[in-house]
Design a protein around this ligand. Sequence first.
Ligand code: FAD
Length: 434
Amino acid sequence: MKILVAGGGIGGVYAAALLKKAGHDVTLFEKEKRVEDMRYDWHDDVNPGVFGRLSLPIPEGSYPKKNWTFITPFEKGKMPLKQREDLIDLSVHRKKLNAVLFDLASDVDVEWGTEAVSAICDENCVKGLIINKDGTQTEVFGDLVIDACGVFSPIRKSLPVSFGIPDVKRESVFYVKRAFFKAKKGVPFPQDTNKVYMKHIGQKGISWCIACDNGVVDVLIGRVGYMDDKIFSEALDDLKKNNPILSDEQIGAASLCTIPVRRPLSKLVANGYVCIGDAACLTVPMIGSGIATSLLAASFLAETIESSDSSSAEALWPYQVAVYKEFGAEHCAVETMKNWLLEQKNDDIHFFLTSGILRNEDLQRASVGKMMKLEFPDVLHKGLVGMRRPALLFNTLKMLSSADRAKKTASGIPKRYDEKKVASWQNKSDGNFL
Ligand SMILES: Cc1cc2nc3c(=O)[nH]c(=O)nc-3n(C[C@H](O)[C@H](O)[C@H](O)COP(=O)(O)OP(=O)(O)OC[C@H]3O[C@@H](n4cnc5c(N)ncnc54)[C@H](O)[C@@H]3O)c2cc1C
């Protein structure tokens, strides 16, 4: 099969490597000019299990992540997470992981400095891509386009509505700035090294402040749907006030980036087209991790193509079923919880995190992308919580039931492709989020 990969996203590169190895003719179009220019120069947290499961080498210099401490709005309270040893994330350098993946993809034909502009479609099929190199647009044709161009992929956006691939709204995206600062000299190293702020200064989003062992403080400020310099500097001032280790000496510029924080799209495939990574919204809605899920998805895609050798929507459908089975249905529950948390009053979030409703096991689950179970520790405690905040208790139980419904609906994904059945499942599944 002739396969065109649009964008060198993590899942796109890994899928390209696997499909090339399986004997396909694979070309990848990446807008950056060289592999060294790609990806951010920082560490990301990745579930360590994925490397063993996919037999991928762990990038050199990776180290175990320290435990998070969750901070309630306006730094009113905190809840530390004690992670189970086997679930502790690995901090992996993104450029090094990228180098590992490009090593695996060394036989793939990579067209550097080439932007994928839009899909070429006929009535019911994607036939190829329009690409732009040095200002010249060209058409390239293939049997399958793999879209790994990120959350606002122009390829996905160019598809006819009739293909049924949903669009992504701004409100489902975190706008994030991440910046690094020198640690202030003469200030004691904090006990809570990795702080994550829920609804930081009462705004919809999160921030983090991580005191690293190498004398650097890692700051991330993320807000739902929008971010500007004013929001960033107000949030940064607050972090400085509450984290004496954070100095004014910034190392490099803060880059503005986007992370989808929603369930996977309800349709990932069309005739001749499949999306992966952020283009498919495979990130964990609560924490925005998308590296492990994108790698897993690439392996499902390669297996799917191996077993059918066709690029029809019907032949590609098992890829989507595998994604939903592995984590997509769970992410529907997690998104319900995330949306709910963002709507709660600051004081209720404080109570939720510190009253004992939320247990260490719940945070452990959330930090690996799973839905919190929120089994109230005992009847007595439930009664006490109920007496202190009856509305919150009712509200929480309602959210748990909605999350359960969203997961059940998503798990009911048709196992075989049938256009009408798929459209009806999409309506039901997306309907849970209206
Ligand atoms: C600040 C921040 C922190 C994060 N932290 C973590 C973390 O700790 N752990 C984790 O698992 N995930 C994390 N993520 C999420 C993670 O980066 C993504 O989910 C994951 O990399 C999958 O994204 P992607 O590969 O699909 O897209 P991207 O990484 O955005 O890659 C898209 C690629 O396509 C190229 N491209 C884009 N448009 C075009 C085009 N039109 N034509 C050609 N090429 C194009 C880009 O140059 C890029 O190489 C974080 C994200 C951000 C922004």
